[in-house]
Structure formats: structure tokens, C-alpha cells
Design a protein around this ligand. Structure first.
Ligand code: C2E
Ligand code: CA
Ligand code: CA
Ligand code: CA
Length: 279
């Protein structure tokens, strides 16, 4: 038993070493990745369930690393967050996204919203609010066209600067969206505490609504709560037509997912959008 234990131990450390080396390489490559232009923002459209028209898009970051290949945000965002690099990278995403919104609106002659993800570390940046304001002014975009998506992780810290920042953003007129709703412990209490405009139901619930009565009931209840509180609801991760049918029945406002489109580079999106004006 003893030697087996030791083997298990050395196996574990080997795995850990590989993970640590990978992490180190990513961190090393991330410095300078902006300058090398390795980041690219993709956009995934969101649609109005009632009118079938596109109403906006979510900005999703991609990293094409020359040294390491494509790295998913699930892998690099936590590292960017840890090192603090997310602050400058996040600023790049905001600039690109507002620029994209301008192009999209000009090419279609319509008004859309653009949703950008913000992670906890970005709220510690004293410059966050002035940066958002200046970026909106520069791009000549109304604050109401920008939606900031935040998860429970942001609110969980309980720090007063978070509440202050959220309030300041709201005063600016920016929309606040609660991302991944239902996956955390206290999503409900945060809904009461903060004034969100949009609730995004997590993909894991949408995934189950066709087979699973519990998931369907939870989605139904979430939509009812959101509507009672005056929030709009986005269902994320819609992949099949049956899910859309149920979401329509449940009075969901907006949908987003592979069923309609995967996230796309800006140029593809603008190209494509002339075809899918309606779904
Ligand atoms: P998220 O904000 O929950 O974004 C939704 C994720 O679901 C995206 O993954 C999107 O590509 C994926 N998705 C959309 N529709 C479907 C579908 O129908 N089926 C499936 N299976 N997946 C779908 P992605 O782009 O890999 O991003 C992962 C996470 O990384 C995001 O989750 C977000 O937390 C983070 N992230 C991405 N871009 C940024 C960014 O610019 N800033 C920050 N702070 N975080 C970001
Ligand atoms: Ca999101
Ligand atoms: Ca989400
Ligand atoms: Ca509100």
C-alpha cells in the first residue's frame, strides 16, 4: 500500500508540473500578446424571440497565440485575471466592441446593443468608470447601447467599491447584465441588492429544458422573477429548435446560441448579418 501511495503521489506531482508549466507559458506569452495583435474579439448575435430580429451581440475574446496556438478564454481569462493583465486586455475588448457596434449600426441603419464581459479584477481599476465614459464618447455611442455582463464572482467579494462602481455605471446609463444566472449560491439575493437590467440564464439550464421538467420549471421561475423585477431575460446556449420553442412558451425575451450562430469575427458578422436580419 505504501509504494502504491508513493506512485500515486509522484503521478499527481507530474500532472501538477505539467499544469504549472502550461500556466507559466501562457502567462509569459500573454505579456506582449496585445502588442503582437494576437487577440481578436468575436461576436455572437442575440435575437428577440417575438420579432425574430437581431437586437445585439456579445463580445467574446479569442487569443491566437503565435507560440502556443489558439487558447480558449476559459483557460486564459483566469490567468489574465490573476496577473492583472485583464485590465488592459479588457480595455482592448471594450474599444473593439464599441468600434464594431458603430460599424454594424452604420451598415444596417439600426440600433443594437453590445454586451461585454467584465471580470472581478477590472472593478479594482480606479480608471474603469472614466475609461468606459471616454470610450463611449470617443466612439459616439450612447451609454444605453453598452451592456456589461458580470457574474456572481464580481459581487461575491462584498467590497464596497463594487457597489460604488455598479452604481456609477448605472448613473452613466450603461446596462448591467447578470451572467450565468442560477449557477451560484446567491444569485437571487444579488438581484435584490443590485439594480440589474438583464438576466442571462445559464446554458446548463437551457441544455436540459427539453428532457428535464426540473430544468424547465427553474427556467420558467427565473423568467417570472426577472420579469417581476423589471429585467429582460436572455437565454444562452440555445442549440436546437425544441429549446427555442419552449423558451417562446415560457415568455423568454432574447436568445443566443449555436442554433443561430457561433461567435464570429467582426467582418464575418457584418457580412452574415445582412442575411440573418431575421431568424
Ligand atoms: P460566458 O460569458 O458565459 O460566454 C458564453 C460562452 O458560451 C462563450 O464561450 C460562447 O462561445 C459559448 N456559447 C455560446 N453559445 C453556445 C451554445 O449554443 N453552445 C455551447 N456549448 N456554447 C455556447 P467562450 O467564448 O469560450 O467564453 C468562455 C468564457 O470566457 C465566457 O463565458 C466568459 O466568462 C469568458 N470571456 C470570454 N470573453 C471575455 C472577455 O472579453 N472578458 C472577460 N472578462 N471574460 C471573457
Ligand atoms: Ca457572458
Ligand atoms: Ca454566460
Ligand atoms: Ca433597472
Amino acid at each position: 500500500a505504501k509504494s502504491l501511495g508513493r506512485n500515486a503521489y509522484s503521478f499527481f506531482t507530474k500532472e501538477m508540473n505539467i499544469a504549472m508549466i502550461r500556466r507559466f507559458e501562457i502567462e509569459e506569452q500573454m505579456h506582449g500578446a496585445l502588442e503582437r495583435n494576437e487577440f481578436e474579439v468575436y461576436y455572437q448575435p442575440q435575437f428577440d424571440v417575438k420579432t425574430n430580429k437581431a437586437i445585439g451581440a456579445e463580445a467574446l475574446l479569442r487569443w491566437h497565440s503565435a507560440a502556443l496556438g489558439n487558447i480558449t478564454p476559459d483557460e486564459f481569462i483566469p490567468i489574465a485575471e490573476h496577473t492583472g493583465l485583464i485590465v488592459v486586455i479588457g480595455q482592448y475588448v471594450v474599444k473593439q466592441a464599441l468600434n464594431f457596434l458603430n460599424q454594424w449600426q452604420t451598415s444596417e441603419g439600426e440600433q443594437y446593443t453590445i454586451a461585454v464581459n467584465l471580470s472581478p479584477r477590472q472593478f479594482r481599476d480606479k480608471n474603469l468608470i472614466p475609461f468606459i465614459k471616454e470610450s463611449l464618447d470617443e466612439a459616439n455611442i450612447g451609454a444605453g447601447s453598452l451592456e456589461l455582463e458580470i457574474t456572481e464572482g464580481v459581487l461575491m467579494t462584498g467590497q464596497s467599491y463594487i457597489a460604488d462602481a455598479l452604481q456609477a455605471l448605472q448613473k452613466l446609463g450603461v446596462k448591467l447584465s447578470m451572467d450565468d444566472f442560477g449557477t451560484g449560491y446567491s444569485s437571487l439575493s444579488y438581484l435584490r441588492q443590485y439594480d440589474f437590467d438583464v438576466l442571462k440564464i445559464d446554458r446548463s439550464f437551457i441544455n436540459g429544458i427539453t428532457q428535464n421538467k426540473e430544468d424547465r420549471d427553474l427556467v420558467k421561475a427565473s423568467i417570472a422573477i426577472a420579469h417581476n423585477l423589471g429585467l429582460d431575460v436572455v437565454a444562452e446556449g440555445v442549440e436546437i429548435t425544441e429549446q427555442l420553442t419552449i423558451l417562446k412558451e415560457l415568455n423568454c425575451d432574447y436568445v443566443q446560441g449555436y442554433y443561430f450562430s457561433k461567435p464570429m469575427p467582426a467582418a464575418h458578422f457584418i457580412d452574415f448579418s445582412s442575411h440573418y436580419k431575421e431568424i
